[in-house]
Design a protein around this ligand. Structure first.
Ligand code: AP5
Ligand code: MG
Length: 237
């Protein structure tokens, strides 16, 4: 990980349908670039687990696979981006998810004096039947939010988290009815963001229907190309 990486590819948005591998790849890229991964899904699940007023509001919506109201997301993200660890950049996993959220994010960025041209958008594409396989086989650690898959990425010890040994569970919204709704919400409200960002930011499509390591290697290559181009263009301070 180089300091230059942080300066050049430091504000990243992961787009992609449920199960595309946003969380899996975002966690790896965040570690590589030395910046935090900000997962709105994880933050909302934390709020539910803690029983906060926000958690109580969003719990029933998420369980059914619906989208949480835009205003609430705006508030959560603007507070999160003001935290110290996000000063040098961040990776957004699961936000924005609607055009309204994208516009709200742009206003937040502009008010910080940042240019949205520098936002790096990675759109992971995976065929629908593979998404269904991934979601139905996903298992999740309620303690540290690590993600596994019963076949593709099993834990070392049967049904227990590698990190602290907690019992893995299936997310309520990975059950069939909620998955159908999540995919429909994606098609209707999130997929239009592909056209939105293709027109205005550094936008890259990634074939996510390959092994995790291959997808990540591809992703790093895209990042390296972007950094080299920026270097050549004299964008380094
Ligand atoms: P969120 O937690 O963001 O869920 P999601 O978008 O539905 O995405 P997933 O976490 O299901 O999939 P992923 O792409 O991260 O894939 P993963 O890496 O886990 O949001 C949950 C809910 O919160 C929403 O439904 C909504 O209610 C609410 N919410 C959150 N943000 C919101 C917003 N901005 N606005 C409104 N509401 C919001 O991988 C999936 C599985 O596949 C895993 O088992 C993994 O091990 C496996 N896998 C990953 N990559 C590969 C690979 N290359 N090959 C094989 N298997 C793989
Ligand atoms: Mg995720």
């Amino acid at each position: 990980m180089a300091g230059a990486s942080r300066a050049l590819v430091a504000r990243v948005i992961f787009l992609g349908p449920p199960g595309a591998g946003k969380g899996t790849q975002a966690a790896r890229l965040a570690e590589h670039q030395g910046i935090p991964r900000i997962s709105t899904g994880d933050m909302l699940r934390d709020a539910i687990a803690a029983g906060t007023p926000v958690g109580k509001q969003v719990g029933p919506i998420m369980e059914k696979g619906g989208l949480v109201p835009d205003d609430l997301l705006d508030k959560i993200i603007s507070e999160r981006l003001r935290m110290k660890d996000a000063e040098n950049g961040y990776i957004l996993d699961g936000f924005p998810r609607t055009l309204r959220q994208a516009e709200g994010f742009e206003r937040m960025e502009t008010s910080h004096g940042d240019v949205t041209d520098d936002v790096f958008v990675l759109s992971i594409e995976v065929p629908r039947d593979e998404l269904l396989r991934r979601l139905s086989g996903r298992r999740w650690c309620p303690t540290c939010q690590a993600t596994y898959h019963v076949y593709n990425n099993p834990p070392k010890s049967d049904a227990l988290c590698d990190n602290e040994g907690a019992k893995l569970i299936q997310r309520e919204d990975d059950k069939e009815v909620a998955v159908t709704r999540r995919l429909a919400e994606y098609d209707e409200r999130t997929a239009p963001l592909i056209g939105y960002y293709r027109g205005r930011s550094r936008f890259h499509r990634i074939d996510g229907y390959r092994p995790t390591d291959v997808v990540f290697a591809d992703l790093l290559e895209i990042v390296a190309r972007r950094e080299a181009a920026a270097s050549r263009a004299g964008e380094l301070a």
